[in-house]
Design a protein around this ligand. Structure first.
Ligand code: MLY
Length: 278
């Protein structure tokens, strides 16, 4: 089910303000996404940005695309907005005098690249040029202020866009901190990064948003997601301690403790100690 987050209440409760939309290099309205899974396009290799590669759309989420470079593995998928300037229709590279390159970590011998390229493009569904949208101009200077709220991609879990706060501002950079999460997820980025969005962008664009985590939140997370139009459902999570693998030194003479049943709302995320179950 599609989830929303009550930013208005959260801003009030935290006595904070949102970064104005003019701070961001994002279009005022989230762009339309007409890409479909399976379509092929050209993308800069995120691990080697001087290379243009063939990529396949693995899935779509709001105005974002999950991409995988053809000839690469399935462990290095990355996400791009439909109005990114790092993606183009097939043929763009050659038109601008470049040559398509194998991705970093090409799984075959480099000498088989030309044949691989022919085969991967033969009969492929190529994303039509008209669904690639122009990158917004964005602001000319860093207009962010410390303490302002925003929505930001979690670079360690890049499918997630999360509630965040500007922790610091320095020259062209801002420090993105994730509300209710330890600092391990924080990062510095340019003010015109495509990974940061104004408050409410996810809700507007049909992209899920992650509510704040539990840290320094008084234990209970008041600001959880609310399902849009689904009836709340309580789901049991059964953790059988009997399945825990024991080390050779463990006392196996004692009987295993009984299973523990935890009841939780199905939209709740497990956090560090309980796996997600959706
Ligand atoms: N289960 C992962 C996910 C963390 C997501 C953190 N983001 C939202 C800032 C973990 O606990 O590491």
């Amino acid at each position: 089910t599609f989830q929303t987050f009550d930013w208005e209440e959260y801003l009030k409760e935290t006595n904070s303000t949102q970064a104005p939309s003019g701070c961001f290099k994002q279009s005022p309205e989230p762009p339309q996404n007409d890409f479909k899974a399976g379509m092929k396009l050209e993308a800069l290799d995120p691990r080697n940005v001087t290379s243009t590669c063939i990529a396949t759309v693995i899935s779509v989420l709001g105005p974002r695309l999950r991409l995988r470079l053809d000839g690469s593995d399935n462990k290095n998928d990355f996400w791009r907005l439909v109005n990114s300037n790092e993606i183009h229709p097939i043929g763009h590279c050659e038109k601008s005098g470049g040559m398509l390159q194998p991705p970093l970590g090409f799984r075959m011998n480099a000498s088989s690249w030309p044949m691989f390229l022919l085969k991967t493009l033969n009969g492929a569904e190529m994303a039509p040029g008209k669904i690639f949208l122009k990158e917004p101009a964005g602001p000319k200077a860093n207009l962010f202020q410390v303490g302002q709220k925003l929505e930001a991609v979690d670079k360690k879990n890049p499918q997630l866009i999360c509630t965040a706060t500007v922790g610091a501002v320095k020259n062209e950079q801002i420090h993105v901190t994730f509300d209710g999460w330890r600092g391990a997820f924080d990062y510095w980025c340019r003010y015109d990064s495509r990974d940061i969005f104004p408050v409410g962008w996810c809700a507007k664009s049909g992209h899920p948003v992650q509510p704040p985590g539990q840290k320094n939140n008084g234990g209970a997370n008041k600001f959880k997601l609310k399902p849009n139009n689904a009836m709340p459902t309580i789901m049991p999570v059964i953790t059988s301690t009997a399945e825990v693998v024991q080390s050779p030194e463990a006392d196996t003479s004692a009987p295993p403790p009984p299973p523990v049943v935890i009841y939780t709302h199905k939209s709740c995320r497990g956090g560090a100690l309980i796996d997600s179950f959706m």
